[in-house]
Design a protein around this ligand. Structure first.
Ligand code: ADP
Ligand code: MG
Length: 292
């Protein structure tokens, strides 16, 4: 691992990019731990604009016997966006996995406010999350089916629908909105550019008309102009369509500029939380995560 004191080498640390300060992952972890002594439930509740819509309470969760998240809590109102940042391995993806039902939950709970009241969704399977709770998870890795056409890929997003026509109707709505996809509807997904592929991944999740989008590192592996495009699309989904967005973003600057609320997760615990723009201006956050 690079010597954290040396300033003359390019970082291979937290950022993918061209940060000139060298700081090792271990060092980020250690220093991030000193960022704050945790965040109280009152602070978490005080940061949201309206009533809590999705709530995680004192969650202990992980994989197998291993606990990754320790007493983690989160709140978000309907139509808001929240971005999780933090060092590699902090458990950011595990938060999204837990909301969607991919982890083992040891204690604590997850609930969502729907028309009939507060629904405890802690134990729902991923299929139930999507179908009954309106939560969609957008995969971080390249998950389009390259041999299928763009259109067929979209239909796959409706695999849980009882009536295939509904998936086809939803696909048409998506084509009406995104020319980039409509122009390529009959072509195999393998020919799409990186940005179009990410758009297809997001759109495929929209076929089920979810209320909540869980988005893991939307900018990963994309050229800058496509990063802009993806954030514009997410912005429109939040501000025009009223989707609630919980995102993990390695590009902390982009993520915090986008999101209403930012959470800094360190070693499975919430170290710091605030409005996105407050965290952007926090010098310690800047130094550790923004390459500042
Ligand atoms: N499917 C899995 N099975 C077992 N351990 C996992 C799995 N996914 C992640 N982990 C572990 O959980 C920890 C947190 O990982 P993750 O949530 O992916 O971190 P982040 O997204 O913040 O980089 C890491 O130690 C990682 O090795
Ligand atoms: Mg991750």
């Amino acid at each position: 691992m690079a010597d954290p004191k040396s300033k003359d080498k390019k970082s291979i640390g937290y950022h993918q990019g061209d940060v000139n300060t060298v700081i090792s992952v271990d060092d980020v972890n250690r220093q991030a731990q000193e960022l704050g002594s945790g965040v109280s439930l009152d602070q978490i509740a005080g940061m949201i604009k309206g009533e809590p819509f999705l709530k995680i309470e004192n969650l202990r969760a992980g994989y197998g016997k291993m606990e990754i998240l320790h007493e983690f809590s989160l709140q978000i109102s309907k139509g808001e966006s929240l971005c999780l940042i933090g060092p590699n391995g902090a458990g950011k993806s595990t938060v999204l996995h837990s909301i969607f039902g991919f982890t083992k939950i040891f204690s604590g709970g997850i609930s969502i406010q729907n028309d009939s009241g507060i629904q405890n969704i802690t134990e729902l399977t991923p299929n139930q999350k999507l179908k009954e709770a309106g939560i969609a998870y957008i995969l971080q890795d390249n998950s389009v089916f390259p041999g299928m056409t763009v259109e067929e890929n979209l239909w796959m997003g409706g695999y849980l629908k009882e009536k295939p026509e509904e998936a086809k109707e939803a696909a048409e709505e998506i084509f009406d909105k995104y020319d980039r996809l409509a122009n390529r509807r009959d072509q195999p997904a393998r020919i799409l550019s990186g940005g179009e592929r990410r758009l297809l991944e997001i759109s495929r999740a929209l076929v089920m008309k979810p209320q909540v989008l869980l988005v893991d590192e939307p900018s990963i592996g994309l050229e800058p102009r496509f990063i802009e495009m993806v954030f514009e699309i997410l912005h429109e989904l939040q501000h025009v369509e009223g989707k609630t967005i919980i995102m993990v973003e390695q590009n902390a600057k982009k993520g915090l500029e986008f999101a209403d609320i930012g959470y800094v997760l360190v070693a499975g615990e919430l170290a710091l939380a605030g409005k996105g723009d407050e965290l952007l201006e926090n010098p310690e956050v800047g130094r550790l995560f923004l390459g500042g």
